[in-house]
Design a protein around this ligand. Structure first.
Ligand SMILES: *[C@@H]1O[C@H](CO)[C@@H](O)[C@H](O)[C@H]1NC(C)=O
Ligand SMILES: *[C@@H]1O[C@H](CO)[C@@H](O)[C@H](O)[C@H]1NC(C)=O
Ligand SMILES: *[C@@H]1O[C@H](CO)[C@@H](O)[C@H](O)[C@H]1NC(C)=O
Ligand SMILES: *[C@@H]1O[C@H](CO)[C@@H](O)[C@H](O)[C@H]1NC(C)=O
Ligand SMILES: *[C@@H]1O[C@H](CO)[C@@H](O)[C@H](O)[C@H]1NC(C)=O
Length: 263
């Protein structure tokens, strides 16, 4: 009798644990040395599926619409990631991603290009001069090109322009194209008064929109602090909505207690 009870409770414990593993709010395992935060997802069973990025043999890769870039850092608290932009084809002022029209994000996904990026468009045709960008002969991009051996080939290309990203026109794309600018580079939080030899490595920063509560089919998909119910903002979708007295913490990906025990 006692043995049966023990077996039964072990079985129950196992079932509970197995159910725990199917929780929708489920952080993905780390990929290489970088701590990997919710809601980013490297697989179909963890994270939020709208926030897919790729883990390739310990390296994180960001897939754009038609190209891919290595991820160099992730900042979970500020919900930002930095990618390494394309480099120049050796001895030219053409970026390797010119055939893909530069960086093109899918605007239906929750990532966009932040205003922390200083973008330099290089090897431009004079059609760019009709734009409101700073393309002056003494502009920052000329200083960069003059003082960077990796960009030396760009000295032969007379027109380049510098601007701060993050406006609606560049929220989802930094374009390189044959009829516009054939190369670009980007710096995150660049202090433009620093000499070029103290600039950081090129990087391009994206931010992600706070994730909504996870999608569920039934209550089994939710944890003890949430209830599977219809999403008030989208028809036919059910989500693990936080129980009363709790609120959705999109950074930790959990329902947290509101207030200080007063509620
Ligand atoms: C600039 O782009 C044009 C068109 O792709 C190319 O022919 C030219 O070689 C490039 N300039 C430099 C300096 O690489
Ligand atoms: C953009 O993302 C949406 C949402 O995931 C997807 O349905 C669509 O197919 C994507 N577009 C392209 C061109 O990949
Ligand atoms: C870049 O170098 C060229 C050639 O040495 C020089 O004429 C130009 O003034 C320099 N431009 C800037 C912005 O430093
Ligand atoms: C990018 O996304 C953030 C977070 O949702 C939003 O606040 C910001 O306005 C977006 N930027 C642009 C240029 O659309
Ligand atoms: C549910 O909320 C309690 C109280 O805040 C917390 O201790 C517990 O870890 C939460 N459970 C889950 C699965 O997040």
């Amino acid at each position: 009798m006692a043995v049966t009870f023990k077996l039964l409770s072990t079985a129950l414990l196992l079932i509970t644990c197995a159910a725990g593993l199917t929780l929708a709010v489920n952080r993905c395992p780390d990929c290489g040395p970088t701590a990997f935060p919710y809601p980013l997802s490297t697989g179909p069973t963890c994270g939020d599926q709208n926030y897919k990025i790729r883990c390739d043999a310990g390296s994180l890769i960001f897939d754009t619409l038609i190209n891919s870039y290595p991820i160099t850092s992730i900042d979970p608290l500020n919900q930002r990631i930095v990618i390494q932009p394309a480099s120049l084809v050796p001895n030219t002022c053409i970026t390797t991603d010119l055939p893909f029209n530069g960086v093109q994000l899918n605007s239906s996904l929750p990532f966009n290009i932040t205003s922390g990026n200083t973008i330099m468009l290089l090897n431009c045709t004079d059609s760019i001069l009709r734009s409101p960008l700073d393309c002056s002969a003494t502009g920052l991009c000329h200083v960069y090109v003059n003082e960077t051996s990796k960009a030396m080939a760009c000295e032969a290309a007379p027109i380049c322009c510098t601007f701060k990203a993050g406006g609606s026109a560049t929220a989802y794309a930094i374009r390189a194209r044959e009829t516009g600018c054939r190369a670009y580079t980007s710096f995150v939080n660049l202090k433009t008064n620093l000499p070029v030899n103290q600039w950081p490595e090129p990087g391009m920063e994206f931010q992600w929109v706070s994730p909504p509560e996870p999608i569920c089919g039934t209550q089994v998909d939710c944890d003890e602090n949430s209830t599977c119910g219809p999403d008030p903002n989208s028809n036919g979708i059910r989500r693990c909505l936080c129980n009363s007295g709790m609120y959705w913490d999109p950074i930790k990906g959990v329902c947290a207690a509101s207030g200080f025990g007063l509620i």
